[in-house]
Ligand binder design. Structure first.
Ligand code: PLP
Length: 371
């Protein structure tokens, strides 16, 4: 018997979420974003499961791309930050990776590549996020250069939305207008249609103008809505259509009565207001449970909602199970998953589901289900 803490990864759920993204935007191709080890879900398993359903994968570094190739993934792979050195660009070319180009330095690296190189370039426009990309007024010039560069086989025009999850924020309309203007100018100048990519998960759902030749869903593939539940957006019926892919679970390993006035855990932060029953669960911040989780954070014990009591420690949490039925040592616990959404847990830690799933540590065993 090993420690009962683990995460399961439901591959059927993954495929269903991907198909949902495609139903929302049926005319677009899908670039599945599998950066950061597929948001903590295991990039190789996720990519293998998705390769029949998507046209491309996106990662953040050459190493992440090579890892997928070594695991037998042969679909095109896009490097979302492009290349950091000349040598890297050379290697990316050799691997057949597509690269984002977001600054002049990356263009200069490309100029000094062998003219026999064949590279697919995703030209990034900074429409207002001000993180990466060329200013709209620079786009005509850089696009013309790329268009005539022998090394370049194809150019896709892309941008990234900074507030697509805030569905009543007009900033997204401003970004879209700038982007569409760039695209139209290029189409006029070069008398051809320009391929585009704008939307992340929130963009696919909430901004129809953001749907492009390629969409770039990440978080929704994993069954997590990019909209936080407390924002109560009318558009956020998204979670209803998604199935959480990751379930983080453990078991009760101890159970005790804590009399009124006694405290639980480090720093004695929780004091029993009544005679209580407290369950100790084998999962802590060393397993990926957030230490910042506040008192009262929901935890499902034997399918019933209980409240976190006491501080999260490295290997354990304690939960108030007073009045719950049939809680015993070895009772099943869901920290987050299909019945308790990771976004709900995240909101008790002042973070978002993205962070909680992505920062799962190595020590938590990961098991694939429904292959
Ligand atoms: C991470 C990322 C995405 C995916 O965003 P989600 O909100 O997870 O859907 C899309 N595009 C770019 C450029 C990214 O960095």
């Amino acid at each position: 018997m090993t420690r009962p803490t683990e995460i399961t990864i439901d591959l059927n759920a993954l495929i269903a979420n991907c198909h949902y993204a495609q139903t929302l935007s049926p005319d677009s191709h899908t670039v599945a974003v599998v950066k950061a080890d597929a948001y903590g879900h295991g990039a190789a398993e996720i990519a293998k499961a998705l390769q029949q359903s998507v046209t491309m994968f996106a990662v953040s570094s050459l190493e992440e791309g090579i890892e997928l190739r070594q695991q037998g993934i042969s679909l095109p792979i896009l490097l979302l930050e492009g290349c950091f050195t000349q040598e890297e660009l050379f290697n990316a070319c050799k691997q057949g990776f597509s690269v984002v180009m977001h600054n002049l330095k990356q263009y200069q690296m490309l100029e000094s590549l062998d003219t026999n190189a064949n590279i697919d370039v995703w030209l990034k426009v900074d429409t207002g996020m001000h993180r990466l990309g060329f200013a709209p007024e620079q786009v005509m010039d850089i696009y013309s250069k790329l268009n005539s560069a022998k090394q370049v086989t194809n150019v896709v025009l892309m941008t990234h939305l900074s507030a697509a999850d805030e569905t009543n924020n007009n900033f997204t309309n401003e970004q879209l207008a700038k982007f569409i203007n760039c695209r139209e100018q290029l189409e006029k100048q070069f008398s051809k249609s320009i391929k585009t990519s704008i939307a992340n998960s929130a963009g696919i759902k909430a901004w129809s103008l953001a749907r492009g030749t390629w969409n770039r869903p990440g978080i929704m593939l994993y069954g997590v809505s990019p909209f936080m539940p407390e924002d109560k957006l009318p558009e956020d019926d998204m979670q209803q259509h998604l199935v959480p892919v990751m379930t983080f679970k453990s078991k009760v390993i101890a159970l005790r009565n804590v009399p009124t006035g006694e405290s639980v855990g480090y720093g004695n932060t929780w004091v029993a207001a009544q005679d209580s029953v407290v369950a100790t669960i084998a999962a802590g911040y060393g397993d990926g449970y957030p230490r910042t989780a506040k008192l009262g954070t929901p935890v499902l014990v034997n399918g019933q909602k209980a409240k976190l009591c006491g501080r999260v420690s490295m290997d354990m949490i304690t939960v108030d199970v007073t009045g719950l039925t049939e809680v015993e040592i070895n009772s099943e616990v869901e920290l987050w998953g299909k019945k308790l959404l990771v976004n709900e847990v995240a909101s008790w830690s002042e973070t978002i589901g993205y962070e909680l799933v992505t920062r799962m540590p190595k020590r938590t065993p990961r098991r694939t289900i429904n292959p």
